[in-house]
Design a protein around this ligand. Structure first.
Ligand code: ADP
Ligand code: MG
Length: 913
């Protein structure tokens, strides 16, 4: 059979090659286990905008392109009331058909590929979705002159399988959603049986053929022929028509029970079942085999008529029900001789196209129904809500890789089409839109849901193919099939001419007399010749037979070889296919690697450039730093030189000052010596010479048990040292809160009267005129008796009203005291103990500390008359390791708290007077 494709839309895949045959396995035929991971298709949603009933009506829909449509809310819409402004909405779909798009274009674009799939053994589901009066039924069914999707599907299907259709009843339903195959003879018997007793075994097929009619009207059929049929298959078409109303399933092809009194009874509800391949089907649903579109229309009209009757019986509203028209195409391969369908149920392939005209999607309040109607509207919404819910969960599962259960069982509608969403076929939806402004608020919901549905991905059903090892082109090879008509026989090639006659006819053999020597010899000669000719013909026949047999043997041998070669070729093809697949995957991985490498290369180039730029920057910085360092070095050198000069000058000054100090000390010692000499030479009043006049400042008077004299400045240490013969303190004042060196620095500049008058006078660290309260009551003495001092046990005791005795000086103690006294003991070689009390004023310093200005020394000398023996038995203060001999040290330790004093290892054992 030659297939002619009058119209071949671009999406139609090229006809399967002769090697691609339908799969024999029923499970594969239904798409089970055929889902290859990763091959998915989205739910394809198309939008169709119908024309306005009245061109003056307000229009709220505007197709912007072939994929984009805009909705503009009218002023009286809820959306405007809610938002307070007109906000436009845009929706993207697979394709947007405007109001001028013809039924043919919609079919060609949306439904024709599904018919093509059907012929290739794949399933398809097509919904029309939208509010009531949006054009769903028009798109699905249309009118006789302008047919919708459904009649066109039937036209194209029968156009395509014409010539390869199986005889009626060759395929028979097994009542379990599957099919059986029977021989043509059995099928003929069944046909005759049904003609005699119609409707016994299976429901009666409509018999009235109104060729070319659509109901009562003349119809214009679709001429499209698809080339995806396989010549070596036989095809049969079965249709069923059901309705889901109030979440109940009704069979529209079932005879309604009729009561002569009450009229038609309400139809029985059907239940959904799962078949052996896990596919959903309506149990006990009438399925009619049809051999032409006209028969299909008969079924359709019959169903629609029953629908009306049922709706009257059920008091139902037609726009509230979902109607489903199922087309099932059954195909099976021809036997090896190309005469009949192969009698193997496993080789049957069934594909299904479900065309669903959904109920109006508007919400309940719009229906203005009461009672049953309200309930029914609610149920419709429930079905559509369930569909919506399932689609949303499917989408979420796919987006988030979650595994939430899809509630298909929530409604009959979703339960019936569960398999499609699970990947058993392609799903398409036509969203019908009424552009009337009043419909905006309902339409917007429809559009949102429809747009969202496109995000659901459905596993792609694989190309159904199988190879049962039969030679392709069997139908063409079948002589009977090839020359089945008289005309074909007339035009059939003639057998090569061969003279099979036994020669000329008998000569006249009427005997005139018994010894007729003319007729008899002629007859004898004729018979001999005829005998010879017969023998020659027999020989020729035998030869030809032998030749033919030899040819036949040769042909069979060739045929077997060809089969072997074919097998080998197929194996090779399979091998090379797998090799090609491997190569392809390798190419893909290489391409990926190349892309990655080029990406990496670009990246590293970029990094290299960046690094180079960084290096340049760094080099510039290093150069800058070098020059800066050079500059700093020079600067530093200059400053160092200046500092050195400065320090040299200072040192020189210091040296001169020390020289002057020592000069003063020598003078003082000289003076003391003179005084001592005077005392020694008492009586000889003019024995001692006067002090030398070389010192500018005379030494202060020495006192023993003196009354408090005038305030001694910090530099009067020499006086104190001289008077008490005490060790020289390193500093005369001590500060708290600042370091000793700082205190020294503060005190050092206090000029002696003998110092160079040119030396600048530094700011004192304390105010010598500042006095803490001097009232005798407020005066607090800080009595500092370092550890190791022996008890005086003298009759004469210092009289101090308020005092605080400490053995070690703390900063906080100095804060409270206004006067300070330090007890120091010395023992001379005669074992005489001299106790000196150094007295001073506590003055607050600028740094927050306290400065002590010593201004008086009281000396108590105790002379011991005792023997050496007794004395030697008592340890002396100086016997102790690290005995303090330095007043300053003790002050420093106490006041600064540095803890650098030499600690006594032993306690003072007792007091010696
Ligand atoms: P629904 O099934 O959605 O309730 P229908 O298909 O019954 O709506 O359409 C309602 C009316 O609009 C019908 O009279 C139909 O002929 C008309 N109609 C719908 N779509 C179109 C279209 N694209 N072109 C012309 N008329 C249309
Ligand atoms: Mg309708």
């Amino acid at each position: 059979m030659e297939n002619i494709c009058f119209f071949r839309p671009k999406w139609v895949a090229s006809p399967s090659s002769s090697n691609e045959k339908l799969t024999p396995k029923s499970s594969e035929r239904r798409g089970k286990n055929s889902k290859k991971k990763g091959e998915v298709d989205p739910v394809e949603v198309y939008c169709r905008v119908r024309p306005l009933d009245n061109p003056d009506d307000n229009c709220c829909v505007k197709p912007l392109s072939t994929t984009l449509v805009q909705l503009i809310p009218p002023e009286n819409s809820l959306a405007v009331a809610r938002n307070g402004q007109i906000k436009e909405y845009q929706f993207t779909f697979q394709y947007v058909f405007d109001e001028y798009t013809s039924q043919k274009a919609v079919f060609d674009y949306v439904a024709c590929p599904l018919v093509d799939d059907l012929l290739r053994g794949k399933n398809g589901l097509l919904f029309t979705y939208g509010i009531t009066s949006s054009g769903k039924t028009y798109t699905m069914t249309g009118s006789p002159k302008d047919q919708g999707v459904l009649p066109r599907c039937l036209d194209v299907l029968f156009n395509s399988i014409s010539g390869v259709q199986a005889k009626k009843y060759v395929f028979k339903s097994d009542k379990m959603n599957g099919f059986e195959v029977q021989s043509e003879a059995d099928a003929m018997m069944e046909r005759q049986k049904r003609d005699i007793m119609p409707g016994i075994t299976t429901p009666k097929t409509p018999t009235t053929h109104r060729r070319g009619n659509f109901g009562d009207q003349e119809r214009i059929s679709d001429p499209t022929i698809l080339s995806s049929v396989d010549d070596d298959n036989q095809y049969a078409v079965f249709v069923s028509y059901i309705e889901i109303y109030n979440n109940y399933v009704y069979d529209l092809l079932e005879e309604l029970p009729y009561d002569p009194i009450t009229g038609y009874k309400p139809p029985q509800t059907k239940i959904l079942r799962t078949d052996s391949s896990d596919c959903m089907y309506v149990m006990n649903c009438v399925e009619v085999e049809i051999t032409s579109p006209e028969e299909a229309f008969e079924v359709l009209f019959k169903g629609q008529k029953r629908r009306k009757v049922a709706h009257t019986a059920l008091n139902a509203e037609s726009s509230r029900s979902h109607s489903i028209f199922n087309i099932r195409l059954v195909q099976a391969p021809l036997d090896p001789r190309g005469e009949e369908v192969l009698q193997d149920p496993d080789k049957i392939c069934v594909s299904q196209l479900s065309l669903v005209d959904l109920a109006g999607s508007e919400r309940t309040h719009r229906t203005k129904n009461a009672g049953d109607r309200l309930k029914e509207a609610g149920n419709i919404n429930q079905s559509l809500m369930a569909l919506r819910n399932c689609i949303e969960i499917l989408r979420d599962n796919q987006k988030n890789s979650s595994n939430k259960m899809v509630p298909y069982r929530d409604s009959k509608l979703t339960h019936l089409f569960k398999n499609y969403f699970d990947g058993e076929g392609k799903v398409r939806m036509i969203v019908c839109v009424n552009p009337k402004g009043d419909e905006f608020d309902e339409t917007i919901h429809v559009m949102k849901f429809a747009e969202l549905s496109q995000e659901v991905l459905i596993a792609r059903q694989q190309q159904v193919r199988f190879d049962i090892g039969l030679t392709p082109g069997r139908r063409k090879m079948n002589y009977k099939e090839k020359f089945k008509s008289e005309d074909d026989l007339c035009t059939a090639p003639k057998v090569p001419a061969f003279d099979f006659s036994l020669g000329p006819g008998f000569p006249p053999f009427e005997l005139l007399r018994s010894s007729d020597d003319i007729v008899l010899p002629q007859l004898e000669k004729f018979l001999v010749e005829r005998q010879k000719r017969r023998e020659a013909l027999q020989l020729d026949l035998d030869r030809q037979n032998d030749e033919f047999r030899a040819q036949l043997v040769e042909f069979e041998r060739n045929y077997e070889q060809a089969i072997i070669q074919n097998d080998e070729l197929q194996q090779r093809v399979e091998k090379s296919e797998s090799y090609v697949q491997k190569l392809e995957s390798r190419i893909r991985s290489l391409e990926r690697r190349m892309e990655e490498n080029s990406r990496n290369y670009k990246e590293s180039e970029k990094q290299k450039r960046e690094l180079e730029a960084m290096i340049q920057d760094k080099e510039v910085k290093i150069r800058q730093e070098k020059s800066e360092k050079e500059r700093l070095r020079n600067d530093f050198k200059t400053r160092l030189d200046m500092n050195n000069q400065h320090w040299e000058r200072n040192l020189e000054k210091e040296r001169q000052k020390i020289e002057q100090d020592y000069g003063g000390q020598i003078w003082e010692k000289q003076h003391k010596l003179n005084m001592l000499r005077n005392i020694v030479n008492e009586g000889d009043s003019d024995a001692m010479p006067a002090p030398q006049e070389t010192f500018r400042t005379p030494a202060p008077k020495t006192r023993t048990h003196t009354t408090p004299g005038k305030l001694l400045s910090a530099r009067s240490e020499n006086d104190m040292r001289k008077i008490g013969n005490t060790p020289t303190p390193r500093s005369r004042t001590a500060t708290t809160g600042t370091s000793l060196s700082a205190a020294r620095a503060n005190l050092k500049p206090t000029p002696r009267s003998t110092s160079n008058s040119n030396t600048p006078k530094p700011t004192p660290a304390y105010n010598p005129r500042h006095r803490r309260s001097r009232s005798s009551n407020a005066e607090i003495w800080l009595d500092h008796r370092p550890q190791g001092n022996v008890e005086l046990d003298t009759v004469l005791q210092p009289k101090i009203k308020k005092k605080k005795s400490v053995s070690k000086l703390e900063v906080k103690d100095t804060k409270e005291a206004s006067k300070y006294m330090l007890t120091h003991q010395d023992m001379d070689s005669e074992d005489n103990l001299t106790t000196k009390i150094y007295k001073g004023e506590c003055l607050p310093t600028a740094g927050g500390g306290t400065a002590v200005v010593f201004n008086d020394v009281e000396t108590l000398t105790q002379t011991s008359p005792g023997s050496r023996k007794r004395r030697s038995s008592c340890p002396q203060p100086q016997d102790f390791e690290g005995d303090w001999t330095d007043v300053e040290d003790r002050c420093n330790v106490g006041i600064e708290g540095h803890g650098n004093a030499r600690k006594r290892s032993k306690p003072l054992p007792g007091t010696r007077v």
